[in-house]
Design a protein around this ligand. Structure first.
Ligand SMILES: Cc1cc2nc3c(=O)[nH]c(=O)nc-3n(C[C@H](O)[C@H](O)[C@H](O)COP(=O)(O)OP(=O)(O)OC[C@H]3O[C@@H](n4cnc5c(N)ncnc54)[C@H](O)[C@@H]3O)c2cc1C
Length: 559
């Protein structure tokens, strides 16, 4: 058989033509990340007010600028560096950060995202924690690493209240909106930051296994510490709350980085951790040898004292993870709204709508729960709010943080190969995604904390039942999920092994209750059908019906 003629080839594109870029999404910059996030702004109106929303729009706009996003990338690309000794051989233990880190910190502190709300709350300002929570979520879009010292400074205040004099000395500096970095005595500073030292090599979650010892000096309340910490983030902070053993047991201490006379406290930064993510932030190993510290609370009550700080940082883990999800689904929905394949926009492809809508619903549920928790801090004087916070914090810390890595990975894939490239920001989000589940009590530890709360404080179950019950009668799937979850509690013999299952179900019911009451019907419907039903396939994009297009449109940022 004679060969057929080869098909006529199109003319090769010229180099100039090759360099004309088409069908690529423009960068997602120049928008207000608060107003673009409908779930967040509605939560602020619900738990706060129009004034609060107005107030945080400045930070929302700044977080969406190209400038802020570039600082976020730079702070992660240029890692902090430790200089242990100066040129003459003196120990200095200084960590240098990239200027972009300081740019981000200055704005975070300046917008009152550190400890400002505690003072505002004391002064009677309404919704101080909701305002700060929404601002923290918005600002975390820039990059999450610098949120660590911001969160710890926020979280330290309730623990410091164990000692009036110490709280009085430190709180105004932590609540300050002036970022004043550098190792100087606090008396010379206009603002200060706090870190936390609990984890040791031989026992992290189990802090009672800590070996660091505190010996009292001749001055009441003053001790010297001898030992180490295996993880202490942001070692340039001005003060740390640390745990050490005394004759009375595990005790909490305030450890200043610089002593009042200007000399540096005896605190050696041994090395900085080489971490998977959170790379803008420094996480160090420390050694103590006669390090001066001041007792906070009674001897032997250290866990009870520092748990106030841990609880407040857990709120930020939930807010931070909800923010990561929101940034990820913003980028994903933005990309598919601008990229075509096989003849039409990706956003119009039914299967892509399924994926993005599923991601959007997850993000909405995380935001709704995170903001509900922030409102509980504003209302902590009310018995229901205090009990709800106690149970919902470990629930949300377990569930929301656990969902984040899967969520971010799927969002990354929506951008195709571009999502795997650093410039897209998705790798930064992906590396960060597991962290909130690890620190401040890993997944199992939080799930077990749910059991502890249920076992020791009967009012917390009542608070959960009351809160989820507010949506009773509106969706049969939610009603059934609540009943099924309560039935799990009946089986106390197997509770420890099933703690994750119980925590997941309790968290899902809380999210369902919030979405059924407050989210648009299409969001609540998809949530109840997919998360509360029995046919969940375990990957995003397996929704079985629902108004996918409406959910995708709601989540896509408008610039
Ligand atoms: C980037 C980064 C920064 C950090 N910064 C700080 C810091 O500033 N200050 C600080 O004090 N710490 C810090 N940490 C430490 C962190 O809080 C701990 O790593 C974490 O609490 C877990 O402790 P661990 O590493 O000792 O693990 P382990 O306690 O050994 O836990 C290992 C695993 O066992 C599980 N587990 C523990 N107990 C039980 C149980 N009873 N039943 C079932 N499972 C259980 C845990 O959930 C975990 O999955 C940081 C960690 C990271 C990654």
């Amino acid at each position: 058989m004679a060969p057929s003629n080869p098909p006529a080839q199109a003319a090769a594109p010229t180099r100039r033509q090759v360099r004309v870029t088409t069908n690529q999404a423009p960068p997602l910059v120049g928008h207000d990340v608060v107003t673009a996030d409908r779930a967040l702004s509605e939560a602020v109106l619900r738990h706060g007010s129009a004034e609060v929303l107005d107030d945080i729009s400045a930070i929302g706009r700044m977080a969406g600028t190209a400038e802020a996003r570039e600082h976020g990338q730079l702070a992660n690309a240029h890692h902090p560096e430790l200089t242990a000794y100066d040129r003459y051989g003196n120990r200095i233990d200084e960590v240098a950060f990239h200027p972009s880190w300081h740019w981000l910190m200055e704005r975070a502190v300046g917008h009152g995202l550190a400890a400002t709300p505690w003072e505002q709350q004391d002064a009677g300002t309404p919704h101080a924690h909701v305002r700060r929570a929404a601002g923290f979520m918005a600002w975390s879009h820039t990059e999450p690493g610098h949120g660590c010292p911001i969160s710890m400074t926020y979280a330290a205040v309730p623990a410091l209240r164990a000692d009036d004099a110490i709280a009085k000395e430190w709180t105004p500096l932590l609540a300050s909106t002036t970022y004043d970095p550098g190792l100087r005595p606090v008396a010379e500073k206009r603002g200060a930051l706090v870190g936390m030292g609990m984890t040791e090599k031989q026992g992290g979650s189990d802090v009672r296994a800590n070996l660091t010892v505190a010996r009292p000096t001749s001055v009441e309340g003053e001790y010297t510490l001898h030992g180490h910490k295996w993880f202490t983030s942001a070692p340039m902070n001005d003060m740390f709350l640390v745990l050490a053993q005394t004759a009375g047991g595990v005790t909490c201490f305030v450890l200043p980085r610089v002593l009042p006379d200007g000399t540096r406290n005896a605190l050696d930064v041994v090395r900085l951790k080489d971490k998977l993510g959170n790379r803008s932030n420094a996480s160090s190993e420390l050694e103590f040898d006669g390090t001066l510290a001041f007792r906070l609370g009674d001897e032997g009550r250290g866990v009870r004292t520092i748990i106030e700080m841990v609880a407040a940082t857990r709120l930020d883990c939930v807010l931070g993870s909800a923010s990561l999800m929101r940034r990820a689904v913003s980028e994903a929905s933005w990309h598919v709204a601008h990229r075509s394949a096989f003849g039409s926009l990706l956003a119009d492809k039914p299967l892509m709508q399924n994926v993005v809508a599923d991601l959007a619903v997850e993000s909405e549920a995380a935001t709704a729960l995170a903001m509900r928790l922030a409102a509980a801090v504003d209302g902590v004087d009310q018995a229901h709010e205090a009990a709800l916070r106690r149970i919902a914090l470990p629930l949300a810390k377990f569930w929301v943080c656990k969902r984040t890595p899967m969520h971010v990975a799927e969002a990354l894939e929506c951008l195709g190969g571009n999502g795997y490239v650093e410039e897209s920001v998705m790798p930064l989000l992906y590396r960060e995604a597991p962290l909130n589940s690890v620190w401040e009590g890993s997944g199992n530890v939080n799930a077990l904390d749910v059991l502890r709360a249920l076992g020791r404080e009967p009012e917390v179950l009542d608070a959960w039942i009351t809160e989820v019950g507010l949506a009773r009668g509106n969706d049969a799937r939610l009603d059934k999920a609540i009943d099924d979850t309560l039935a799990l509690l009946g089986d106390t013999a197997s509770l420890e092994v099933s703690a994750r299952r119980l925590a997941s179900r309790m968290a899902l019911c809380l999210q369902g209750s919030l979405l059924v009451r407050f989210a648009p019907p299409e969001v609540a419907d998809i949530f109840c059908a997919s998360r509360l039903g029995t046919s969940y396939d375990g990957v995003f994009g397996t929704l079985d019906g629902g108004d996918l297009r409406a959910v995708v449109e709601r989540t896509t940022p408008v610039v």
